[in-house]
Design a protein around this ligand. Sequence first.
Ligand code: ADP
Ligand code: ADP
Ligand code: ZN
Length: 210
Amino acid sequence: MNMILLGAPGAGKGTQAAIICDKLKIPTISTGNIIRAALKSGTELGRKAKSYMDAGQLVPDEVVIGIIRERLQEKDCENGFILDGFPRTIPQAEALDAMGITIDTVVDIEVSDEEIIRRLSGRRVCEACGATYHVEFQPPKVEGQCDACAGALVQRKDDHTATVRERLNVYHEQTEPLKGYYAKQGKLHEVPGEGDIAEITRLTLAAIGA
Ligand code: ADP
Ligand code: ADP
Ligand code: ZN
């Protein structure tokens, strides 16, 4: 199963991807995580991406397309994958099609802008393993500490309120048109993304027939 998770920043793509990849035994490929790892280790990619990311803008298409082209060739993608955060623009989707990779299904997680702002302002991520929490909606057992690895929980720089607004604008302008792109291909499933996390997983799996 080659699937795409679409949705605004904070829609719950990463949260759902973690659950689904465990269930279906296929890897999650998150361009955001790949870029953040590059930033941390100070690579060329990290340097190129930093100013865009900090400003809430998208990294240029050719950069992320290159990342994905390489990543999808790795062996663990043979039996399928979940794309989280890619594609984010029409040219990225076209590039994916041009790579000859068949996308079986696209799930769009629908969340209102007000809810997105609540979610991103309270999001915390584990510095060590990348696990995601929310101070109110998905708190860790011990405040400030990851349940999985006891790493420190931090707020992403781009989750501060001013940047969140910009990211939402970018989403509506550049990413939302992908719904039409995949609807035309008959691959789009829309799932309501507000409410119980397990229920959203259930609806997502039902939508993709898994
Ligand atoms: P979120 O989890 O909030 O949706 P991501 O972690 O997916 O955010 O992405 C964080 C940032 O990384 C984006 O704001 C953008 O700067 C960059 N980025 C991630 N994926 C892409 C992509 N497919 N195209 C361009 N930029 C991307
Ligand atoms: P995305 O990967 O789409 O940017 P995340 O999975 O990181 O989104 O989720 C964004 C924030 O919202 C996180 O703090 C997460 O804990 C929280 N969250 C995820 N799903 C839900 C939900 N169904 N209800 C409430 N909060 C949620
Ligand atoms: Zn952790």
